[in-house]
Design a protein around this ligand. Structure first.
Ligand code: ATP
Ligand code: MG
Length: 402
């Protein structure tokens, strides 16, 4: 006997009323993509849950894939049985004997989702439980803390038997919340901000500012490697690499040192916003966390944010560094972020950036410089790289997260 189905339970999306169809379609698309190389499997999506039909495939590697997909609350490998009590009893006994190793106690837990089924919940429990007890040796019923809880899910189309409920990644299906641009540095924070955005159903494209020869090819590779980890959650990732050297040089020539960082950020944000518009995103995501460094005080954010009306999402804003590091470790970006290669901002960071930059001041300093041509050039010369994931990153344990 083998499992023939995987039950996929929706999370939060089941409460989303009219958007439900969109959510289900998105989720189905993610699942299809992730399981594309399992040629035999098919997916049956229903209003309140989805089924993966294994058609002979082993359930374990498929469950490993599904555990990474956002929008899934929980999963169960299951056996589909006809709605006939004799069939159900027979299959339940088989389940206990062949699929559940090393159990001494069990309990039958019927979920009568279809109320038209002729037997009541208790009757079904007793009938199956009695049949198992009669046909096994040494097995006992324990209603409080059984080794196996055999779930008998009575539905309109069939009955599904399962013994486990595996937590899914949670969140919302990829792309169901719209599209945003992630400002991705080589640091620890922004990849985590990207992960949380993906989890919340955003489609993400990355933007990285790059200043050769001040930053090396390796620092660019580091960012691509980080994007590749993010691609592991979605199947693909796009990275826009913006040449930023000329702008940084001009800033350092013309702006008083204590304001170079503020001005640099303002220019990054303007360029990111152009790229967002070009790629039809509706928000910009950063890895900023309140008070972490000079550029992330509220005064700084106020002064930097002035250049755009586009929503700037900051998923890490209230998190402590230790929490962010833990999450980076779990999602698999920490070791890459810890590689030593410099970032364009590290190279140009002044010794004493203003922690309370004044908007009027930075506007005044910038008023002597015409950045428009350089901004246009940077956007035009942006290199776009498409990464596709090979589904090989299964080392995660989502249950450690959040
Ligand atoms: P991170 O760990 O993400 O680099 P950080 O703590 O080093 O963040 P900052 O250097 O102040 O903080 O950067 C704040 C945010 O600005 C980053 O999280 C990222 O979203 C964005 N950012 C900084 N540098 C770059 C860059 N070179 N390219 C793209 N985005 C950047
Ligand atoms: Mg950084």
């Amino acid at each position: 006997m083998k499992y023939d189905h995987i039950i996929i339970r929706y999370g939060e999306m089941s409460t989303k009323g009219r958007n439900r169809k969109l959510f289900i379609d998105r989720l189905k698309k993610s699942i299809k993509k992730s399981l594309a190389d399992f040629k035999a499997v098919s997916i049956d999506s229903k209003r309140d849950r989805m089924y993966v039909l294994l058609n002979g495939e082993d359930h374990e590697p498929i469950i490993d894939r599904l555990k990474r997909i956002f929008g899934i609350q929980s999963l169960s490998p299951a056996i589909k049985v006809e709605r006939d009590i004799e069939e159900i009893k027979h299959a339940s006994l088989h389940y206990v004997k062949h699929l559940s190793k090393n159990i001494q106690t069990f309990k039958v837990d019927t979920n009568r989702a279809d109320k038209s089924f002729p037997m009541k919940t208790d009757e079904i429990n007793h009938s199956i439980g009695g049949h198992i007890l009669k046909n096994t040796d040494g097995l006992k019923v324990d209603v409080r803390n059984p080794d196996l809880k055999l779930i008998v899910d009575v539905r309109k189309d069939a009955v599904y038997l399962t013994g486990e409920i595996i937590p899914g990644a949670g969140g919302l299906p990829y792309g169901s919340s719209g599209k945003a641009m992630l400002m991705l540095s080589g640091g620890i924070d922004s990849p985590v901000a990207g992960y949380l955005s993906l989890k919340r159903g955003l489609e993400i494209e990355c933007i990285h500012f790059y200043s050769p020869p001040f930053t090396s090819e390796r620092s660019k590779q580091k960012v691509l490697d980080l994007a590749n980890v993010l691609a592991g959650f979605t199947g693909k990732m796009t990275v826009h690499i913006v040449p930023f050297t000329e702008i940084q040089k001009l800033i350092h020539k013309q702006i008083p040192e204590s304001y170079t960082m503020t001005s640099t950020r303002r220019l990054m944000l303007q360029i990111a916003d152009r790229l967002r518009e070009k790629n039809e995103g509706l928000a910009i995501v950063t890895g900023e966390s309140l008070g972490q460094v000079a550029s992330q005080t509220l005064n700084s954010m106020y002064t930097i944010n002035e250049v755009t009306n586009t929503p700037v999402l900051r998923p890490l804003i209230t998190m402590d560094k230790t929490e962010i590091i833990e999450m980076a470790r779990t999602i698999g970006t920490l070791d890459i972020s810890n590689r030593p290669y410099e970032d364009c901002c590290t190279v140009f960071t002044p010794a004493n950036p203003k922690t309370k930059p004044k908007l009027e001041k930075v506007q005044y300093y910038e008023s002597f410089i015409d950045f428009s041509e350089l901004i246009k050039e940077a956007v035009e010369n942006t290199e776009t790289i498409h990464i596709s994931s090979k589904n090989d990153n299964h080392s995660l344990s989502f249950f450690d997260l959040l």
